[in-house]
Write a protein that binds this ligand. Structure first.
Ligand code: SAM
Length: 233
Protein backbone atom coordinates (compact mmCIF):
# COMPACT_ATOMS: atom_id res chain seq x y z
CA UNK A 1 0.00 0.00 0.00
CA UNK A 2 1.36 3.40 -0.93
CA UNK A 3 0.80 6.40 1.33
CA UNK A 4 -1.49 9.37 0.71
CA UNK A 5 -0.15 12.84 -0.07
CA UNK A 6 -2.05 15.66 1.66
CA UNK A 7 -1.73 19.21 0.33
CA UNK A 8 -2.68 21.20 3.39
CA UNK A 9 -3.58 24.89 3.36
CA UNK A 10 -2.32 26.79 6.43
CA UNK A 11 -4.01 30.15 5.98
CA UNK A 12 -2.25 33.52 5.69
CA UNK A 13 0.00 33.37 8.76
CA UNK A 14 -1.84 33.44 12.08
CA UNK A 15 -1.72 29.87 13.43
CA UNK A 16 -5.32 30.09 14.69
CA UNK A 17 -6.46 30.51 11.08
CA UNK A 18 -5.34 26.93 10.35
CA UNK A 19 -8.47 24.82 9.83
CA UNK A 20 -9.29 22.02 12.29
CA UNK A 21 -8.84 19.44 9.52
CA UNK A 22 -5.40 20.76 8.61
CA UNK A 23 -4.34 20.91 12.27
CA UNK A 24 -5.35 17.27 12.88
CA UNK A 25 -3.43 16.09 9.83
CA UNK A 26 -0.29 18.04 10.77
CA UNK A 27 -0.36 16.83 14.40
CA UNK A 28 -0.64 13.20 13.28
CA UNK A 29 1.92 13.47 10.47
CA UNK A 30 4.96 11.20 10.50
CA UNK A 31 6.33 12.95 7.40
CA UNK A 32 5.88 16.65 6.61
CA UNK A 33 7.15 18.43 3.51
CA UNK A 34 7.39 22.16 2.83
CA UNK A 35 9.17 24.72 0.65
CA UNK A 36 11.68 27.16 2.05
CA UNK A 37 13.54 30.02 0.48
CA UNK A 38 16.88 28.49 -0.49
CA UNK A 39 19.17 28.82 2.50
CA UNK A 40 16.46 30.63 4.48
CA UNK A 41 13.38 30.08 6.57
CA UNK A 42 10.13 28.43 5.62
CA UNK A 43 7.07 30.61 6.18
CA UNK A 44 4.85 27.52 5.89
CA UNK A 45 6.79 25.67 8.59
CA UNK A 46 6.72 28.71 10.88
CA UNK A 47 2.90 28.88 10.68
CA UNK A 48 2.52 25.19 11.58
CA UNK A 49 5.52 24.90 13.94
CA UNK A 50 3.55 24.24 17.14
CA UNK A 51 1.71 21.33 15.52
CA UNK A 52 4.65 19.40 14.04
CA UNK A 53 5.72 16.37 16.10
CA UNK A 54 9.35 16.55 17.23
CA UNK A 55 10.07 13.12 15.70
CA UNK A 56 8.39 13.80 12.33
CA UNK A 57 10.56 13.39 9.25
CA UNK A 58 10.84 16.75 7.47
CA UNK A 59 11.33 17.03 3.72
CA UNK A 60 12.54 20.57 2.95
CA UNK A 61 12.42 21.88 -0.60
CA UNK A 62 14.93 24.71 -0.96
CA UNK A 63 13.31 26.79 -3.68
CA UNK A 64 15.42 29.63 -5.14
CA UNK A 65 13.51 32.87 -5.95
CA UNK A 66 14.91 33.38 -9.42
CA UNK A 67 13.17 34.75 -12.51
CA UNK A 68 14.34 31.68 -14.46
CA UNK A 69 12.08 28.71 -13.81
CA UNK A 70 14.68 25.94 -14.12
CA UNK A 71 16.27 26.18 -10.62
CA UNK A 72 12.85 26.11 -8.89
CA UNK A 73 11.70 23.26 -11.12
CA UNK A 74 14.79 21.28 -10.13
CA UNK A 75 13.99 21.87 -6.43
CA UNK A 76 10.43 20.58 -6.94
CA UNK A 77 11.75 17.57 -8.90
CA UNK A 78 14.01 16.67 -5.98
CA UNK A 79 11.23 17.26 -3.43
CA UNK A 80 8.76 15.19 -5.45
CA UNK A 81 11.26 12.30 -5.59
CA UNK A 82 11.75 12.40 -1.80
CA UNK A 83 8.00 12.52 -1.21
CA UNK A 84 7.47 9.65 -3.68
CA UNK A 85 10.00 7.55 -1.76
CA UNK A 86 8.04 8.07 1.49
CA UNK A 87 4.73 7.30 -0.25
CA UNK A 88 6.19 4.15 -1.82
CA UNK A 89 7.26 3.04 1.67
CA UNK A 90 3.60 3.29 2.73
CA UNK A 91 3.97 6.54 4.68
CA UNK A 92 1.49 9.40 4.36
CA UNK A 93 3.04 12.80 3.64
CA UNK A 94 1.54 16.12 4.76
CA UNK A 95 2.73 18.96 2.57
CA UNK A 96 2.41 22.40 4.17
CA UNK A 97 1.22 25.28 2.00
CA UNK A 98 0.74 28.89 3.02
CA UNK A 99 -2.80 30.13 2.29
CA UNK A 100 -4.67 27.73 0.03
CA UNK A 101 -2.77 25.03 -1.91
CA UNK A 102 -4.65 25.58 -5.18
CA UNK A 103 -4.53 29.36 -5.14
CA UNK A 104 -1.08 30.45 -6.37
CA UNK A 105 0.21 27.72 -4.05
CA UNK A 106 3.58 26.03 -4.48
CA UNK A 107 1.83 22.73 -3.80
CA UNK A 108 0.57 22.81 -7.38
CA UNK A 109 4.08 22.01 -8.61
CA UNK A 110 4.07 18.81 -6.55
CA UNK A 111 0.50 18.02 -7.56
CA UNK A 112 1.56 18.21 -11.22
CA UNK A 113 4.41 15.79 -10.57
CA UNK A 114 2.68 13.26 -8.29
CA UNK A 115 -1.10 13.22 -8.71
CA UNK A 116 -1.20 10.77 -11.60
CA UNK A 117 0.62 8.11 -9.60
CA UNK A 118 -0.45 8.68 -5.99
CA UNK A 119 -3.64 9.44 -4.07
CA UNK A 120 -3.62 13.16 -3.28
CA UNK A 121 -6.04 15.00 -1.02
CA UNK A 122 -6.28 18.77 -0.78
CA UNK A 123 -7.29 20.58 2.39
CA UNK A 124 -8.32 24.13 1.45
CA UNK A 125 -7.05 27.05 3.49
CA UNK A 126 -7.96 30.68 4.19
CA UNK A 127 -6.43 32.63 1.31
CA UNK A 128 -4.37 35.77 1.67
CA UNK A 129 -7.01 37.60 -0.39
CA UNK A 130 -9.80 37.02 2.10
CA UNK A 131 -7.42 37.65 5.00
CA UNK A 132 -6.22 40.98 3.55
CA UNK A 133 -9.79 42.06 2.71
CA UNK A 134 -10.83 41.27 6.27
CA UNK A 135 -7.93 43.17 7.82
CA UNK A 136 -8.43 46.17 5.49
CA UNK A 137 -12.19 46.23 6.19
CA UNK A 138 -12.77 46.08 2.46
CA UNK A 139 -15.67 43.98 1.12
CA UNK A 140 -14.52 42.66 -2.26
CA UNK A 141 -17.54 41.79 -4.36
CA UNK A 142 -21.32 41.66 -4.01
CA UNK A 143 -24.22 40.64 -6.25
CA UNK A 144 -22.86 40.36 -9.82
CA UNK A 145 -19.71 42.42 -9.30
CA UNK A 146 -16.49 40.99 -10.66
CA UNK A 147 -13.32 40.44 -8.70
CA UNK A 148 -10.08 40.57 -10.68
CA UNK A 149 -6.89 39.05 -9.28
CA UNK A 150 -3.66 40.33 -10.80
CA UNK A 151 -0.03 39.34 -10.12
CA UNK A 152 2.18 42.40 -9.57
CA UNK A 153 4.93 41.17 -11.94
CA UNK A 154 2.63 41.74 -14.96
CA UNK A 155 3.95 44.39 -17.37
CA UNK A 156 2.78 47.94 -16.66
CA UNK A 157 0.59 48.14 -19.79
CA UNK A 158 -1.28 44.95 -18.97
CA UNK A 159 -1.80 46.02 -15.36
CA UNK A 160 -3.27 49.32 -16.56
CA UNK A 161 -5.66 47.72 -19.07
CA UNK A 162 -6.87 45.09 -16.63
CA UNK A 163 -7.39 47.56 -13.79
CA UNK A 164 -9.23 49.94 -16.11
CA UNK A 165 -11.68 47.22 -17.13
CA UNK A 166 -12.17 45.85 -13.62
CA UNK A 167 -14.43 46.52 -10.64
CA UNK A 168 -12.74 45.11 -7.52
CA UNK A 169 -9.04 44.37 -7.94
CA UNK A 170 -6.54 42.46 -5.83
CA UNK A 171 -2.88 42.77 -6.75
CA UNK A 172 -0.65 40.05 -5.33
CA UNK A 173 3.13 39.57 -5.25
CA UNK A 174 3.64 43.31 -4.82
CA UNK A 175 7.21 43.22 -3.39
CA UNK A 176 9.70 44.90 -5.72
CA UNK A 177 6.88 45.86 -8.13
CA UNK A 178 5.32 48.38 -5.72
CA UNK A 179 6.55 51.53 -7.50
CA UNK A 180 5.28 50.33 -10.89
CA UNK A 181 1.85 49.32 -9.49
CA UNK A 182 1.55 52.59 -7.59
CA UNK A 183 2.32 54.63 -10.72
CA UNK A 184 -0.41 52.81 -12.68
CA UNK A 185 -3.02 53.25 -9.92
CA UNK A 186 -2.05 56.91 -9.50
CA UNK A 187 -2.30 57.53 -13.24
CA UNK A 188 -5.79 56.05 -13.25
CA UNK A 189 -6.78 58.37 -10.38
CA UNK A 190 -7.59 55.42 -8.12
CA UNK A 191 -5.09 55.85 -5.29
CA UNK A 192 -7.78 56.99 -2.85
CA UNK A 193 -9.72 53.75 -3.42
CA UNK A 194 -6.75 51.48 -2.71
CA UNK A 195 -5.46 49.83 0.45
CA UNK A 196 -2.05 48.30 1.11
CA UNK A 197 -1.73 45.23 3.36
CA UNK A 198 1.54 43.66 4.43
CA UNK A 199 1.94 40.37 6.38
CA UNK A 200 -1.78 40.16 7.15
CA UNK A 201 -2.75 38.45 10.42
CA UNK A 202 0.88 38.29 11.68
CA UNK A 203 2.19 40.40 14.58
CA UNK A 204 4.16 42.51 12.02
CA UNK A 205 1.01 43.26 9.98
CA UNK A 206 0.73 46.66 8.25
CA UNK A 207 -2.61 47.98 6.90
CA UNK A 208 -2.58 51.43 5.29
CA UNK A 209 -4.27 53.47 2.57
CA UNK A 210 -2.04 53.05 -0.50
CA UNK A 211 -1.20 56.76 -0.36
CA UNK A 212 0.50 56.17 3.02
CA UNK A 213 2.20 52.88 2.17
CA UNK A 214 5.98 52.62 2.64
CA UNK A 215 8.25 52.90 -0.37
CA UNK A 216 9.43 49.32 -0.10
CA UNK A 217 7.12 46.34 0.17
CA UNK A 218 7.97 42.79 1.23
CA UNK A 219 6.96 39.81 -0.92
CA UNK A 220 4.06 39.10 1.45
CA UNK A 221 2.07 42.20 0.59
CA UNK A 222 -1.03 43.01 -1.41
CA UNK A 223 -2.99 45.95 -2.79
CA UNK A 224 -6.79 45.96 -2.79
CA UNK A 225 -8.85 48.33 -4.88
CA UNK A 226 -12.63 48.64 -5.16
CA UNK A 227 -14.43 50.54 -7.87
CA UNK A 228 -17.68 48.60 -7.60
CA UNK A 229 -21.02 49.90 -6.27
CA UNK A 230 -21.48 50.23 -2.53
CA UNK A 231 -22.17 46.66 -1.42
CA UNK A 232 -24.76 47.93 1.07
CA UNK A 233 -27.01 49.27 -1.71
C1 SAM B 1 2.72 32.53 -4.05
S1 SAM B 1 1.37 33.52 -3.49
C2 SAM B 1 0.66 32.44 -2.29
C3 SAM B 1 -0.83 32.63 -2.13
C4 SAM B 1 -1.42 31.68 -1.12
N1 SAM B 1 -1.40 30.31 -1.59
C5 SAM B 1 -2.85 32.07 -0.75
O1 SAM B 1 -3.75 31.22 -0.82
O2 SAM B 1 -3.05 33.20 -0.35
C6 SAM B 1 2.21 34.70 -2.50
C7 SAM B 1 1.50 36.02 -2.47
O3 SAM B 1 0.36 35.93 -1.63
C8 SAM B 1 0.16 37.15 -0.94
N2 SAM B 1 0.20 36.87 0.51
C9 SAM B 1 0.32 35.68 1.08
N3 SAM B 1 0.24 35.78 2.42
C10 SAM B 1 0.06 37.08 2.70
C11 SAM B 1 -0.10 37.82 3.90
N4 SAM B 1 -0.10 37.21 5.10
N5 SAM B 1 -0.27 39.16 3.82
C12 SAM B 1 -0.28 39.77 2.61
N6 SAM B 1 -0.14 39.12 1.45
C13 SAM B 1 0.03 37.79 1.49
C14 SAM B 1 1.27 38.10 -1.35
O4 SAM B 1 0.78 38.93 -2.38
C15 SAM B 1 2.32 37.14 -1.85
O5 SAM B 1 3.16 37.76 -2.79
Amino acid sequence: MTGVLYGVGLGPGAPDLITLRAARLIEDAKVVAYPSLAGGDSFARAIAADLIASDAQEIVMDVPMTVERAPAQAAYDTGAAQIAAALDAGRDVVCLCEGDPFFYGSFMYLYARLSDKYQVEIVPGVTSITACAARAGMPLAARNERLTVLPGPLPEGELRTRIEGAESVVIMKVGRHLAKIRAVIDDLGLTDSAMYVERATLPQEVVLPLAEAPEKAPYFSMILLTKGADPWL
